[in-house]
Design a protein around this ligand. Sequence first.
Ligand code: ADP
Ligand code: ADP
Length: 224
Amino acid sequence: ITIKNLNKIYRTEEIETTALNDISVEVKDGEFVAIMGPSGCGKSTLLNILGLLDNPDSGSFLFNGQEIAHFNERQRSELRKHNIGFVFQSFNLIDELTVYENVELPLIYTGIKGDERKERVEAALDKMQIMHRKNHYPQQLSGGQQQRVAVARAVVNKPKLILADEPTGNLDSKNGGEVMELLTSLNEQGTTIIMVTHSEHDAQFSHRIIRMLDGQTVMENILI
Ligand code: ADP
Ligand code: ADP
């Protein structure tokens, strides 16, 4: 991922807010990067653009060597569903679907059918050690278990990139630690991870911390 001189301004009737101000960021294949900074500094905006959920106003965004800053919604969605998995602070599981069905959903979107779909769901549940709960609903699980399901859902399409927005924000330290270990092991198997966090402790699992302030990067700490 190479982002150069990217700008994002939110315009409402009266006010313009510069959320990203000429920001440049590079993340290499296989890296584990943490993004930190005070509330309102533009972390979510950056993550939304990295996740192809939103477009910048100007600047360049190379994804796998392809310029995508001007992709339309359909092009972004196609790239997104095959390449990116998301993990959120509040898990964002669908309450009306079982654990199995939640993890199956991305495979339905990408058109994976039959035995392959079943095998992939079960492999992801197995890897996240949540198979024994496959027929339960999210509300029947603890927070740590729900986040393991969410990570299973994020990895089931074998994405090259996982974007995690405060993945341990709603977890106690034990469950948070388990989720960080899962992310670390996915990274060790080759998945690139970009994680927004307020936790200096969680950030220590990454290779590098990008610190942001007022829509810009202000500092990069290399951890390894
Ligand atoms: P962070 O995730 O670091 O808290 P955000 O990316 O959410 O920061 O926000 C960056 C700035 O953009 C803030 O000033 C915020 O108020 C503003 N902002 C975010 N989303 C919107 C929006 N949809 N409309 C208007 N302003 C927004
Ligand atoms: P935590 O220690 O993370 O707060 P809980 O006390 O919520 O966990 O849950 C303890 C165990 O009970 C977990 O294994 C959870 O899956 C299970 N559990 C909690 N609520 C329900 C429920 N409504 N139905 C079935 N199992 C539940």
